[in-house]
Design a protein around this ligand. Structure first.
Ligand code: NAI
Ligand code: MG
Length: 369
């Protein structure tokens, strides 16, 4: 019998525990009905960790994360901790976790369920059925390159500098993830750069092409300048399948793609690192949304972004594609049946609570298998 999967669950702050509660019940269903074995640890991160441990990410929590096969996180932050200095804010816990786990590839699917296509500001036919995956490099680029900083020159002029830095191994490892996932999805990769004017990204393009020639010839590879990619994403987003790009371009394009779907409460994400000696890839799964203090404690949060993050975990950490598809199909069926949380409410649909949405997913899972 296969060893149990070691899972660390970090519900975090605000609506985090509410949406994670529904995922825990779904995990329970898989354990009972499908015999999946999970060893689950749960701990604090963010503001609740500051309250309990004095820091947003305790060493013991980090140890649990490093020893886990996958980490599932809710959200961190809230007004209560905003007066704190930047270095000990809840968000630092998440940044530290990503850094220590050396997660360098951020996966952001933009999926438009047909039933929700009207939530987009774009025309129905432009976004209906959209299913693309943006992969953003997370550890390099302008955010970390040196020299950096702002100085005041003797004449009083202020001078700001940031430096775009990438090395070839950094480009290759994220491009490899893009090619591997494109192969799983059975399609193509578009690498986005600004190779016509920025040398670092010219090197990016050359390295992607080189890697493509080393065993990925079956993947259809294209290249696009970032300004054009920004236009194409709103003109005809369905032309893309997997997009891979650097940290700064990816920051912007992934938020642009998120808005094609029009519903923050539906967006999952994954952050992946390198495989260790045993082939296990470090991975963190979390919804794109934050802790939503404005609706915390009301039982109205949409749990589907976290549910879909759990589906990504099944697929990318555990190769449980069939189970991942079951979860996604259950989400689709529940939307088809007309249930909506407040954030995705439409005329004529039934507005339901977080828990009723979770129960409906479990009912659909029961019908599917
Ligand atoms: P937010 O994503 O928490 O909320 C934005 C708006 O979307 C709010 O009106 C909220 O009610 C709504 N919303 C978000 N998720 C929802 C869901 N699942 N169901 C229904 N409605 C939902 O972003 P905001 O307001 O900018 O930040 C609030 C706090 O969250 C801040 O402390 C911020 O630092 C933190 N944050 C944390 C993130 C994380 O943990 N990864 C990411 C973004 C923000
Ligand atoms: Mg952003």
């Amino acid at each position: 019998m296969a060893a149990n999967k070691k899972l660390l669950i970090l519900p975090g702050d605000g609506i985090g525990p509410e949406v994670m509660g529904e995922v825990r019940r779904i995990i329970g269903w898989f354990e009972r009905e499908r015999g999946l074995g999970f060893d689950i640890e749960e701990d604090l991160v963010g503001g609740c960790a500051i309250d309990a441990y004095g820091v947003p990410l305790a060493d013991k929590t980090l140890d649990l994360a490093m020893g886990a096969d996958a980490v599932l996180l809710g959200a961190v932050g809230g007004p209560k901790w905003e007066p704190l200095p930047f270095e000990i804010r809840p968000e630092r816990g998440l940044l530290k976790l990503r850094k220590e786990m050396q997660l360098y590839a951020n996966l952001r699917p933009a999926i438009v369920f047909d039933e929700l296509a009207d939530a987009s500001t774009l025309k129905h036919e432009v976004v209906a059925g959209l299913d693309i995956l943006i992969i953003r490099e997370l550890t390099g680029d302008l955010y970390f390159g040196t020299p950096r900083g702002v100085e005041t020159l003797p004449d009083g002029t202020r001078r700001g500098v940031n430096t775009m830095v990438y090395t070839s191994p950094e480009v290759r490892r994220v491009a490899r993830i893009a090619f591997d996932l494109a192969r799983k999805r059975g399609s193509k990769v578009c690498s986005v750069d600004k190779a016509n004017v920025v040398e670092t990204t010219e090197m990016w393009r050359e390295e992607v092409i080189k890697l493509h020639g080393e065993g990925y010839e079956d993947i259809q590879l294209s290249h696009m300048y970032v300004d054009n990619a920004a236009m194409q994403l709103v003109r005809n987003p369905k032309q893309f399948d997997v997009i891979v790009t650097g940290n700064i371009f990816g920051d912007i394009l992934s938020d642009e793609a998120a808005m094609l779907t029009g519903s923050l409460g539906m967006l999952p994400s994954a952050s992946l690192g390198d495989p260790d000696e045993s082939g296990r890839r470090r991975a963190l799964y979390e919804p794109v949304h934050g802790s939503a203090p404005d609706i915390t404690g009301q039982g109205v949060a949409n749990p589907l972004a976290t549910v879909l993050s759990f589906a990504m975990m099944l697929r990318y950490s555990f190769d449980m594609d069939a189970e991942a598809e079951m979860v996604e199909q259950a989400v689709r069926n529940v939307l088809k049946s007309g249930l909506r949380t407040g954030d995705i409410m439409q005329p004529g649909m039934a507005q339901v609570s977080t828990t009723v949405m979770g129960e409906a997913i479990i009912r659909e899972l029961g019908k599917l298998g």
